[in-house]
Design a protein around this ligand. Structure first.
Ligand SMILES: *[C@@H]1O[C@H](CO)[C@@H](O)[C@H](O)[C@H]1NC(C)=O
Ligand SMILES: *[C@@H]1O[C@H](CO)[C@@H](O)[C@H](O)[C@H]1NC(C)=O
Ligand SMILES: *[C@@H]1O[C@H](CO)[C@@H](O)[C@H](O)[C@H]1NC(C)=O
Ligand SMILES: *[C@@H]1O[C@H](CO)[C@@H](O)[C@H](O)[C@H]1NC(C)=O
Ligand SMILES: *[C@@H]1O[C@H](CO)[C@@H](O)[C@H](O)[C@H]1NC(C)=O
Length: 455
C-alpha cells in the first residue's frame, strides 16, 4: 500500500518533471534508476598507458613521479636513458583489440553493465577528446577511439549497459598542481579540463554509469560536482537512466551519489540501507594488467562467487575488474573467470538478478548460506545460496519457517526435495543422492524456498 502510494507520487512527480538543485540535499532525493539495482553484476576494465609497464610494485604513478628507487632502476635497466612515462604511450598499441569479441565475452559472463576507464590518474584519454592534446588514444598509441568502439559493439550486440570511469584529477597536470598550491581556491583545472571532459564524454557516449574517481585531494565544491550532477539529472541526454557513484570530493564518499562505493573492494557483510557496489578485482594485486602475475594471485571462482553472493545478499552490486593487455587482449585467466560466472548465472540467475535482500542475510545454523528473495506470480521465493555443499546431504537452516504449502527445489535440478520443519522455526532440507554428473553446477548451490510462513 505504502509502496503503491510512493509509486503514484513518483509517477506524478516524474510526469511533472522533477528539477534538481546543485546541492547534495536536492540531488540525494533522486530515486536510483531501477535497472541498476536489478543488474547486480557488472564488469570493470582498467586499461590505459599504465597497462604497458605493468609489473607489480610499479603502479604507473611511480613511473611518472620517477621517485622510487626500484622504479628508477627498472627504467634505467630496461629502457634507454632519459625514457619517461610518456614514452610508454606508443607501446599502447591495442593491435588485437576486438570490441565485438569483448562484448560477446561480457555477455557470456552474465554481466548487465560494463565500466571502462576513459582516463585514469595519468591523464591519458582513451577517446579523441578536444581537451587532451597529444595525450589521447587517437593521437598516440592505438590511434583509435577505444571508448566509442566498445560502446558501439556492446550496444549493437548485447543489452548490456555501458558506463564510464573517469578520474577527476591528474597527478602531474601542471594546472592541477597550481590549483593545489593555491589550496584549491582557484579552479582552473576544473574549468579547463575536468568539466569540459565530463560534458564531452556524456554528450558523445551517453553513458549509463559515471564512475567518478581521483577526487580525494579536494572537496566537491572545488570539483563543481553538484553543478555537473544537477545538469546530468536535469538536462543531459541520459537524465533518466544514468547512475553515478559517490566519489565526487573528499566530503562525499559513502554519503552522496546514486550508489556508494565507500572504499575499494567494499563488502560490508551486513545489510546496507543505501545501494552500494563492491568494486573488486580478479587479480588480487592490481587493477591494471600485470605481466608478472602468477596463477596464485588470481581469485578462484569459489572466492569470487563467495564475494558476489555476499554482496548481493546485503543489497549491493558486484563490479568485477579485469585488466586488458596493452595490445588489447583479455587474457585467458580473466576470460575463464568471467565465463565461469556466466555458467553459474545461467543456472542460478533467478537467485541474483532483480532480487531483493531478505529479512535475514546469512543463516545462523549454516552461516555459509546467504539469502536473497524475489516476488513471483505465486508469492515470494526465498533463495538460500549454499557456498559449500551441505554436510551429510542435510541442509540445516534456522531462518525460514516452513508451512504446509512450502516447497523446496534446487535450481537447475528437477522436482522438489523433502524437508522437516522445526518446532518453532528453521527447517532441515533432505537432499537426495545426486550423481555428480547430474549436479546443476560445481560451485554455490541455490535452494529455492516457496511459500514460507515468513516469506
Ligand atoms: C547473450 O547472453 C544471453 C544469455 O546467456 C544469450 O541468450 C544471448 O544469445 C547472448 N547474446 C549473444 C549475442 O551472444
Ligand atoms: C562552478 O559552478 C558555479 C555555479 O554554477 C559556476 O559559476 C562556475 O563557473 C563553475 N565553475 C567551474 C570551474 O565550472
Ligand atoms: C577536503 O578538501 C578541501 C579542499 O577542497 C580541504 O580544504 C579540506 O581540508 C579537505 N578535507 C579533508 C578531510 O581532507
Ligand atoms: C570546500 O572547502 C572550501 C575551503 O577550501 C570551503 O569553503 C567549502 O565550504 C568546502 N566545501 C564543502 C562541501 O565542504
Ligand atoms: C555471517 O557471516 C559472517 C562472515 O561473513 C559471520 O561473521 C557471521 O557470524 C555470519 N552471521 C551469522 C548470522 O551467522
Amino acid at each position: 500500500m505504502a509502496g503503491l502510494l510512493l509509486l503514484t507520487l513518483l509517477t506524478v512527480t516524474l510526469a511533472a518533471g522533477v528539477h534538481y538543485d546543485p546541492t547534495w540535499e536536492s540531488l540525494d532525493q533522486r530515486p536510483i534508476p531501477a535497472w541498476y539495482d536489478e543488474a547486480k553484476f557488472g564488469i570493470f576494465l582498467h586499461w590505459g598507458v599504465f597497462s604497458v609497464p605493468s609489473f607489480v610494485g610499479a603502479w604507473f604513478q611511480d613511473f611518472w613521479l620517477n621517485k622510487r628507487a626500484d622504479v628508477v632502476d627498472f627504467m634505467q635497466n630496461n629502457y634507454r636513458p632519459g625514457f619517461t612515462y610518456a614514452d610508454f604511450a606508443p607501446q599502447f598499441t591495442a593491435e588485437f583489440y576486438n570490441p565485438q569479441q569483448w562484448a560477446l565475452l561480457f555477455n557470456a559472463s552474465g554481466a548487465r553493465y560494463v565500466v571502462l576507464t576513459t582516463k585514469h590518474h595519468e591523464g591519458f584519454c582513451n577517446w579523441p577528446t578536444k581537451y587532451s592534446f597529444n595525450w589521447n588514444a587517437m593521437d598516440v598509441g592505438p590511434q583509435r577511439d577505444l571508448v566509442g568502439d566498445l560502446a558501439n559493439s556492446i550496444r549493437k550486440i548485447t543489452n548490456i549497459k555501458f558506463g564510464l570511469y573517469h578520474s577527476l584529477f591528474e597527478f602531474v597536470n601542471p594546472i592541477f598542481l597550481q590549483d593545489q598550491k593555491n589550496h584549491f581556491k582557484t579552479q582552473d583545472f576544473v574549468k579547463y579540463k575536468t568539466m569540459p571532459e565530463l560534458y564531452e564524454l556524456v554528450n558523445m557516449y551517453k553513458p549509463d554509469v559515471i564512475w567518478s574517481d581521483g577526487d580525494w585531494m579536494a572537496n566537491s565544491t572545488y570539483w563543481n560536482s553538484t553543478e555537473f550532477i544537477a545538469w546530468l539529472y536535469n538536462n543531459s541526454p541520459v537524465k533518466d537512466s544514468v547512475v553515478v557513484n559517490d566519489r565526487w570530493g573528499n566530503d562525499t564518499w559513502c554519503k552522496h551519489g546514486d550508489y556508494y562505493t565507500c572504499s575499494d573492494k567494499y563488502n560490508p557483510g551486513v545489510l546496507s540501507k543505501h545501494k552500494f557496489e563492491d568494486a573488486t578485482t580478479i587479480d588480487k594485486v592490481a587493477w591494471g594488467f600485470r605481466r608478472n602475475a602468477l596463477l596464485s594471485d588470481f581469485n578462484t571462482i569459489e572466492e569470487l562467487l563467495q564475494q558476489f553472493v555476499t554482496v548481493v545478499s546485503c543489497g549491493g552490486n558486484f563490479l568485477l575488474n579485469a585488466g586488458p593487455t596493452p595490445d588489447g587482449m583479455i587474457t585467458p585467466i580473466f576470460e575463464e573467470r568471467l565465463r565461469q560466472i556466466g555458467q553459474w548465472l545461467n543456472v542460478n540467475g533467478d537467485a541474483i538478478y532483480a532480487t531483493r535482500p531478505w529479512t535475514t542475510q546469512n543463516d545462523t545454523a549454516t552461516p555459509s548460506v546467504w539469502y536473497t528473495s524475489k516476488k513471483s506470480a505465486t508469492g515470494i521465493s526465498v533463495y538460500a545460496i549454499a557456498l559449500s555443499w551441505p554436510k551429510g546431504d542435510n541442509l540445516e537452516l534456522a531462518a525460514p519457517q516452513a508451512g504446509p504449502a512450502t516447497k523446496v527445489a534446487l535450481l537447475g535440478y528437477p522436482g522438489y526435495f523433502d524437508f522437516k520443519a522445526g518446532a518453532t522455526s528453521g527447517m532441515t532440507i533432505m537432499i537426495p543422492g545426486i550423481p555428480p554428473n547430474r549436479l546443476p553446477c560445481q560451485w554455490a548451490w541455490v535452494f529455492r524456498l516457496d511459500n514460507l510462513k515468513n516469506q
